[in-house]
Design a protein around this ligand. Structure first.
Ligand code: 5CA
Ligand code: ZN
Length: 429
């Protein structure tokens, strides 16, 4: 989004600097609720504990965005919804939120898919990013303050690589540049894996532990020299394109500063992506930790396997919408699962959510209902406690059951419940 962006150290006012021309998506208004929200505690992967997020007046969050080579599936949607809830809790607490999300609009999986289908890689990325925007808008996911493509961030990525070079934290392997993980004495403290676990995940998620000439098999690519038939950008290191991790690190450092409150994504990003990003940032800035909390969502599966674009076992948000699903029912279906654990999508999820949505809609249509102050309090408490959405939904369920079974005497209660589901759960009734 060509909008506000932040530069420099924490606790500065949003500056008029911007990195991006990439458009975000239209966000819904978030109603203000009576009273004040509760400060958020959330599970931090790095320390393995629930931690308070205690930002200054501005909360800074970076959430890894899509690699746009295929359509948004329910796993992506569940992940972005978790960070949407997080943002809603912060907003309810009166914080201003600076939220940056990237689009990995040039990377191996995108180039491979484009080559397979004979598509132009940039056109494929543009098309799938546009579909993602529409999916996010339909689900009422709050947009990032800045939505940034890797391609448009190229000068910032090159700057960061130069900065790492200046610290002696870049070396050449046959023309490609690598980041030595040994440069960060705290390397490994995000995902806390043993060496065998790190090697396995590195191979699985875009790393090249087998490549000869590296100092450590885990060292990750900073800049890949141009390959025939692939897009390349000029740089002081020769024409080429950036490695994946350094892209996110560069965008986050540039727009959010040296220390952010939350670095987020699915659990498959904890290692190597966020581990490498945190190490690169720490070496470049001399500041640690890069993020006060590393927040990871569980993987959504289908038929026993993680939903994944590369495997193709997908339930697409756009397909469900085409088939006539109410986006608010899709949203409720995802919120019915705790964000932290892995879970399986089943055919019952959507009809169950639709029934719940219908019930809530009937309940808020009554003229007067049971007192809704405990609903506000309950939903606030559950969400501020590690985003316990299923428990928050149960609070609304209880009020709706009561309203429909016995009615109530509070004429303002239905409107308050509606405002609570809108502001905190993002569900428009
Ligand atoms: N572009 C990179 C991040 S910089 C990337 O991982 N893109 S992605 O399109 O593969 O995934 C986008 C987000 O969805 C990531 O946070 C990823 O962890 C999450 N994600 C992918 N598959 C699932 C799934 N099955 N369940 C939950 N979240 C998922
Ligand atoms: Zn990322």
């Amino acid at each position: 989004m060509a909008g506000r962006a932040l530069a420099g150290a924490p606790a500065v006012a949003p500056a008029a600097v911007t990195l991006a021309d990439m458009q975000s998506w239209p966000g819904p208004d978030v109603p203000r609720l009576p009273g004040t929200g509760i400060p958020l505690r959330i599970w931090d992967t790095a320390t393995g504990e629930l931690r308070p997020t205690a930002p200054g007046s501005i909360a800074r969050m970076y959430v890894c965005g899509i690699t746009p080579y295929d359509a948004t599936h329910l796993g992506h949607a569940a992940t972005y919804l978790a960070f949407d809830l997080l943002q809603r809790v912060w907003l309810d607490g009166g914080l201003e939120v600076a939220y940056v999300q990237n689009v990995t609009d040039v990377d191996d999986p995108l180039l491979v898919r484009a080559a397979e289908t004979g598509d132009d890689w940039a056109a494929l990325a543009a098309r799938e990013t546009e579909l993602f925007r529409r999916d996010m808008a339909s689900l009422r996911v709050l947009p990032p303050t800045d939505y940034v493509g890797a391609v448009e961030a190229m000068p910032r990525i090159v700057e960061l690589i130069e900065r790492l070079q200046g610290k002696g934290a870049a070396y050449d392997v046959d023309g490609d540049l690598y980041f030595p993980v040994s440069a960060d004495p705290r390397f490994g403290s995000v995902a806390n894996l043993d060496p065998a676990g790190m090697l396995a995940l590195s191979a699985e998620h875009g790393g090249d532990p087998q490549r000869a000439g590296k100092k450590d098999p885990l060292d990750c690519l900073l800049w890949q020299a141009a390959r025939p038939g692939q897009p390349a950008w000029d740089s002081p290191f020769g024409p080429g394109r950036p490695g994946w991790h350094v892209e996110c690190t560069a965008i986050a450092l540039r727009l959010l500063g040296e220390t952010i409150d939350v670095l987020g994504g699915g659990s498959d990003l904890a290692f190597p992506h966020h581990e490498m990003g945190a190490a690169e940032a720490a070496v470049a800035t001399g500041t640690w930790p890069f993020a006060r909390t590393f927040v990871h969502t569980g993987m959504v599966g289908l038929d026993g396997t993680k939903m994944s674009k590369s495997l193709g076992n997908l339930v697409l948000v756009s397909r469900l919408r085409e088939q006539g699903a109410d986006p608010m029912a899709i949203r409720l279906a995802l919120l019915a699962h705790s964000y932290r654990g892995d879970w399986e999508w089943t055919p019952a999820d959507l009809p169950d959510a639709q029934r719940r949505l219908d019930r809530w809609r009937h309940a808020v249509a009554v003229d007067a209902g049971p007192d809704a102050a405990p609903v506000l309090d309950g939903v606030r408490r559950h969400l501020a406690d590690d985003l316990k959405a299923p428990a928050a939904l149960a609070v609304i369920d209880r009020w709706a059951d009561e309203a429909l079974a016995r009615g109530g005497r509070e004429p303002s209660a239905p409107a308050l419940v509606q405002a609570v589901t809108d502001a905190l759960l993002g569900v428009a009734l």
